[in-house]
Design a protein around this ligand. Structure first.
Ligand code: ATP
Ligand code: MG
Length: 392
């Protein structure tokens, strides 16, 4: 049992001493039963947000309109959320307004899947109104209540079902699966940011290929970008810790849709830069990488491009382990390691400061990388005077 779990139990203890109920809920209970590592331990309580804030000395209003207060008293930050129902839904999206309630049953009822709808009391009892434990044993994702109703309330739940399936390797219960197939088009109503968050979790999942199969089987893939239906087999051996590798592979498989993919999933500039580099490293791998390719690309970019090429059954003239070795043995690891700078060039030339300096330094880098000249001040001076000035 980890620190967060302990902290949550202390939070519960304090809330109960003030005369309210409190329990651990949701994902933490599920992961605890599965003996998986628990990341966020969420506490639910009968106390209203203002009441929670009175109990603890240090809190942050992280989502007070939804009933969530972050409690900092116990070392580990713990999210404490007032029991609530979700009132009315419109446009197949989660409601903005919530209603606070005083009993746990109503709170558990609004939760998406039986495995996510259990509570754990301070005494260690599991409150399981919808057969969550049994579904964990049977490895099943099942909607709480009528799946069609639940997906119409919030269409993102369809994607969440698949995400949990991919993370846990659970199958989706037949009625729940049918409902997704029937309602798949409702995913269009969901904000792309939320879709993207679930998709990132699918990329990182243990059973990512299975998750992608489910996306295709449920028709959800038709409402996402990329041609998953036709490309499914490519993903069979895919595995990553970092979602950006998932986006990059999707882009590599759908070169005409790179911009669409980046826009649809609201990728950040950092992610887009990484993807651009992987695409370009993959392209230059066909001609075999030059020292410059090794120099300008980070190891993870080169490895991602290599993996992709291997995955596409390209003939590769070297083993993957070689990449790091070649990169480490470059005569130059970064621009600032160059033995000369603009001032050297100025002192060796009669020309005034200008754009030529950058041109000369770039040429020096290429000359060093290609082994044409040693990264040494005297040698570079000779090179500059004899080769560079002559030519330039
Ligand atoms: P993770 O390990 O990814 O955090 P989690 O189960 O904690 O998984 P969260 O998205 O953090 O998932 O949500 C916490 C809990 O809130 C869920 O376990 C579920 O009970 C409930 N929940 C979250 N999103 C929804 C939703 N869209 N509809 C119904 N219940 C939801
Ligand atoms: Mg969570």
């Amino acid at each position: 049992v980890n620190k967060e779990w302990q902290a949550a139990l202390r939070v519960i203890d304090k809330i109960e001493h003030s005369g309210f109920e409190a329990v651990i809920v949701g994902g933490a209970v599920r992961d605890h039963l599965l003996q998986r590592s628990v990341n966020d331990v969420d506490v639910a309580t009968s106390a209203l947000p203002v009441e929670v804030k009175e109990i603890f000395s240090s809190t942050v209003d992280v989502g007070i309109e939804h009933g969530t207060v972050l409690v900092l008293d116990e070392g580990e930050p713990i999210e404490v959320t007032t029991y609530r129902t979700e009132g009315t839904y419109s446009d197949y999206r989660r409601p903005e307004e919530v209603a606070f309630v005083r009993n746990l049953e109503e709170d558990l009822q609004r939760r998406d899947f039986t495995i996510n709808a259990m509570a754990f009391t301070k005494e260690g009892t599991i409150i399981d109104l919808y057969g969550g434990k049994e579904d964990i044993d049977k490895k099943i994702i099942r909607a709480v209540g009528d799946p069609n109703v639940r997906f119409r309330e919030d269409a993102l739940r369809m994607l969440r079902a698949i995400r949990f399936g991919a993370q846990l390797g659970f199958s989706i219960e037949e009625g729940t699966l049918k409902a997704i197939q029937m309602d798949s088009d409702l995913i269009d109503f969901i904000a792309n940011e939320r879709i993207s968050m679930e998709m990132s979790k699918i990329w990182k999942s243990k059973y990512v290929y299975y998750g992608l199969q489910l996306l295709v089987e449920t028709n959800l893939s038709k409402f996402l970008v990329g041609q998953l239906e036709d490309q499914l087999e490519h993903w069979r051996t895919f595995k990553t810790e970092d979602p950006v590798v998932g986006w990059a592979y999707l882009c590599l498989l759908n070169r005409q849709e790179v911009q669409n993919i980046a826009d649809f999933y609201r990728l950040s500039n950092k992610e887009k830069t990484y993807i651009r580099k992987v695409l370009s490293a993959f392209d230059s791998l066909r001609q075999n990488w030059t020292a410059m390719d090794y120099f300008i690309n980070e190891l993870d970019v080169l490895e991602a491009a290599y993996d992709f090429a291997q995955w596409q059954n390209f003939r590769l003239p070297f083993k993957k382990e070689k990449i790091q070795e070649i990169k480490n043995n470059l005569p130059l690891q970064s621009v600032d390691q160059l033995a000369i700078n603009g001032n050297h060039l100025m002192s060796w030339s009669t020309r005034k400061r200008g754009p030529w300096i950058k041109v000369a330094l770039d040429a020096a880098i290429i000359a060093v990388l290609n082994g044409y000249v040693k990264n040494d001040e005297e040698k570079l001076k000779e090179w500059f005077i004899n080769d560079f000035i002559d030519e330039g």
